[in-house]
Design a protein. Structure first.
Length: 217
């Protein structure tokens, strides 16, 4: 089994690969769309703006290749931070830019600019807790309510996002994890979230291994 980390010019590739290496999981940096075919599971990281990321995905051919591998072939995908935003219909960060459209929701600012008379700091940078909405989901195996993970973002999917399996409060609730069939997302950075993040990455690779085993039968 090996994991393909999608390189579309917007990701924290090295830290994701280092975390997988720590877990003893083989991974490769997928520099071209054709590289996705060889991977058993995919990670879509992301740092930066929604509009530029979607432009990069489309111009590079990764958008259509991801659709073929993930939507048509059912290959497991773990989308991280900006990568999770790209699953949506669009984002208020980049008006008029369409996302991949796999999640029927739109990305919005993580919090209002003001909380009462106090200005709200955006981006949210640092540690915050996750609250499980589906404690039995495989992506949340060995994860308890209130565990801390590392965030760095100004935008997020709303709390009522379809497929939400965990929420976080930052002057209001937002979706911090989602799952729809073979598609998974985390608003935080599991590769920077110490033990909790490593457990989630392990949960994902276990799902990939199970999926591979089922496809062989």
């Amino acid at each position: 089994m090996h994991i393909g980390i999608v390189n579309y010019g917007m990701g924290n590739l090295g830290s994701v690969q280092s975390a997988l290496r720590f877990l003893g999981v083989e991974s490769v940096i997928a520099d071209t769309p054709s590289d996705l075919k060889e991977a058993d599971g995919l990670v879509l990281p992301g740092v930066g703006s929604f509009g530029r990321a979607m432009d990069n995905l489309r111009k590079s051919g990764f958008a259509s290749a991801l659709h073929a591998e993930v939507v048509e072939n059912g290959k497991p995908l773990f989308a991280i931070c900006l990568g999770m935003h790209l699953l949506a219909l669009g984002s208020t960060e980049s008006s008029g830019v369409e996302g991949l459209g796999w999640v029927s929701s739109c990305v919005v600012p993580v919090a209002n600019e003001w909380h009462g008379a106090q200005p709200v700091r955006r981006p949210q940078v640092g540690w915050n807790t996750v609250s499980r909405l589906d404690a039995n989901h495989p992506m949340l195996c060995r994860i308890s309510d209130g565990e801390m993970v590392y965030f760095d973002h100004s935008f997020a999917l709303p709390a009522n996002c379809p497929g939400a399996i965990a929420q976080t409060n930052y002057f209001g609730e937002f979706t911090s994890m989602l799952a729809q069939k073979n598609i998974f997302g985390a608003q935080f950075h599991p590769e920077k979230s110490q033990r909790t993040g490593l457990v989630m990455l392990r949960n994902f690779t276990n799902i990939v291994a199970s999926s591979k085993s089922e496809s062989v039968k």
